[in-house]
Design a binder for this molecule. Structure first.
Ligand code: GLV
Length: 307
């Protein structure tokens, strides 16, 4: 019975050490080594290898990232459980980035950066946190963790999710019918949705038009969720005040893309949250233990929903 690590060797070495201590009965292979594919019960990878059918005894397919949109579900046999990466390192980094992004947009840092480029020393009017409404599109584990970190600032917090959810101290909206009301009450929109057929292109001109004038966007979902042309139009018309994007489509954007140099946009290169090998190894080990005990792993993907 074997575990196959199909990613970079440096992180693989950290996983190997943890597995040797915690699951010594399981053979461990890095993808660069010789192994018998029939022995592989557990595979950790970013995307599914083309020859997935070789792994005829595969039981768990672990994504090395929090997202699973890079997999083509039709290529993964129905009995194989697909598992998102749920680990403390990803959660902590996302909390940091969302707080950074919300405060950046709240305290006018995008406009100050532009003023600095012109040598302008000029205070801008700013709202108090209690008057600033932060709205999260998507209410998975990462959004909930980020919301916990934002609460002490006393922002007004709201969320929108596909199905009904309840979070203490947060106005929770759900379903298509409530999206408009949610958007009309959002000053800083944080997108933390998974990429699915339903969420592809969701950040579009219509959605922006429902936000109040002067709203801002923090995008930490996936690039294809954003209509980049519509964002530029909304910024140039003055309807949106600023945007901070950690994801784009494609990644990176072509050198000449107008978003690179847009004065109202900050771009970071998909670094909001990165799987941390020590904590990720423990999370994967724990999931293998759960699976062996006949329980579902944490982060099990609902193949019908796509997340
Ligand atoms: C990064 O975007 C991830 O999926 O972990």
């Amino acid at each position: 019975m074997a575990f196959l690590f199909n990613s970079d060797a440096a992180r693989g070495a950290i996983f190997r050490k943890a597995f040797a201590c915690e699951l010594p009965d399981l053979e461990f292979y890095h993808c660069s080594e010789n192994f018998d594919p029939e022995k592989v019960r557990y595979l950790l990878t970013w995307s599914a290898p083309d020859d997935l059918s070789r792994f005829c005894n595969l039981e768990l397919l672990f994504s090395i990232g929090a997202g699973v949109d890079q997999f083509k579900p039709e290529t993964i046999p129905g009995h194989v459980k697909l598992v998102r990466m749920v680990e403390d390192g990803i959660v902590r980094m996302m909390q940091e980035y969302v707080v950074l992004g919300v405060l950046t947009l709240h305290r006018e840092m995008v406009a100050y950066r532009e003023q600095q480029s012109r040598g302008v020393w000029q205070a801008l009017a700013t709202s108090q946190a209690t008057d600033r409404r932060i709205g999260f599109l998507g209410l998975g584990m990462l959004a909930q963790a980020a919301i916990d970190r934002l609460k002490p600032f006393r922002f007004s917090l709201a969320t929108w999710s596909r199905s009904k959810k309840v979070v203490e101290g947060v106005a929770c909206f759900h379903g298509d019918d409530q999206l408009g009301d949610f958007l009309r009450g959002t000053d800083i929109l944080v997108c933390l949705l998974p990429l699915t057929e339903q969420t592809s292109g969701i950040l579009n001109a219509r959605l922006f038009s429902l936000l109040p004038a002067g709203a801002r966007l923090l995008h930490v979902g996936r690039g294809p969720q954003l209509d980049q042309g519509a964002l530029i139009e909304a910024l140039d018309s003055g309807h949106l005040a600023a945007a901070m994007l950690d994801v784009t489509d494609p990644e990176p954007l072509p050198e000449s893309h107008p978003l690179w140099s847009h004065p109202k946009v900050i771009i970071t290169p998909h670094i909001a949250s990165v799987t941390q090998p020590h904590s990720a190894a423990q999370a994967v080990i724990e999931n293998i233990r759960l699976h062996r005990a006949g329980q579902n792993p944490i982060g099990l993907v609902d193949r019908a929903l796509g997340y």
